[in-house]
Design a protein around this ligand. Structure first.
Ligand code: BTN
Length: 295
């Protein structure tokens, strides 16, 4: 069974500006099944909730049931959505895409460390299918960002390991689809954007989910077969060359990002040379053009 959340990173805090009792959008629940594909492992079936605490919690629950591997749990509203590092994930009802996928697998310790990288590539590809001209990139470890660093999507990966092998996991994904910046609480609008903001039209969340589940299916199949996602991640890495502050859980380190290691780690060039970090959160970008807090 999965232990308590083992995630890194951050998004925001609950804002009084968010009215969680607002009416839920009228998305026809049956429409979500249009994103399912019985020929695939990930997203064979869709479980839709008009309102739920957290789709990740529901995914952890269903992992105990047989046949739950690859089910996609989607919600129009989360009342207790979780981000990395124990923070809240906010989303107005019916606006965005929030989905969790429970996985039963067997990934060796090296591949286990790359699951977040592979999932981030799938999320980025799905977002780019809607906004191909937007220049979407990935900010280590797994945020999808616009060229100015504004966050479009985030990923909360919770895993259970046995002797270093990853045996169970929940991939939780939040994509800002139809949330206009003008409607976001100020503290979120300062560092986030959405697909609709980039393309100027409303985004079909069911079609986006179908694309996302197809991409996740491909990435996970490739990872299980021993293919590394790192080269493709490197080509999309937003942090490369930037001077950043990395929070190691209370300790802050500063350096210039030298790239991504073969194990998916962040390579940071500091006064004492290059160090590879497998965990941590980039909390600040210090270069003038994109300076500012990111977490
Ligand atoms: C982050 O960037 O901090 C990760 C955000 C992950 C949010 C998603 S929304 C669907 C799933 N359910 C949750 O409670 N969290 C994830």
């Amino acid at each position: 069974m999965l232990p308590a959340a083992s995630c890194l990173g951050a998004w925001g805090t609950i804002s009084p500006l968010m009215d969680r009792s607002a009416p839920i959008s009228q998305t026809d629940p049956a429409a979500w099944t249009g994103a399912a594909n019985a020929a695939r492992r990930v997203g064979r079936r869709i479980e839709h909730h008009a309102s739920i605490g957290s789709t990740n919690d529901r995914a952890r629950e269903v992992l105990r049931q047989p046949g739950s591997d690859g089910l996609a749990i989607v919600a129009d509203l989360q009342t207790a959505g979780r981000g990395r590092r124990g923070r809240s994930w906010l989303s107005p009802p019916g606006a965005n895409l929030m989905v969790s996928v429970p996985l039963r697998t067997r990934l060796d310790p090296h591949a286990a460390g790359l699951l977040g990288i592979a999932a981030a590539l799938a999320v980025r590809d799905a977002c780019a299918s809607v906004a191909p001209e937007a220049g979407l990139a990935i900010r280590w470890p797994n945020d999808v960002v616009a060229p100015d660093g504004a966050k479009v999507a985030g990923l909360l990966l919770e895993t259970a390991l046995e002797d270093g092998w990853l045996v169970e996991g929940v991939i939780g994904i939040g994509i800002n689809a139809n949330w206009r910046r003008a409607e976001m609480p100020a503290e979120i609008a300062a560092r986030a954007t959405s697909l609709t903001e980039m393309v100027g039209t409303s985004v079909d969340r069911v079609a986006l989910l179908g694309t996302l589940l197809g991409a996740l299916d491909r990435e996970i199949t490739a990872l299980e077969a021993g293919y590394s996602p790192v080269a493709r991640f490197r080509a999309l890495s937003w942090l490369d060359g930037r001077r950043v502050e990395l929070d190691l859980g209370g300790t802050l380190v500063e350096g210039r990002v030298g790239g991504i290691g073969d194990d998916g780690s962040l390579l940071l060039d500091g006064p004492d040379g290059r160090t590879a970090y497998t965990v941590g959160e980039v909390v600040r970008v210090l270069d003038a053009a994109t300076a500012g807090a990111v977490a």
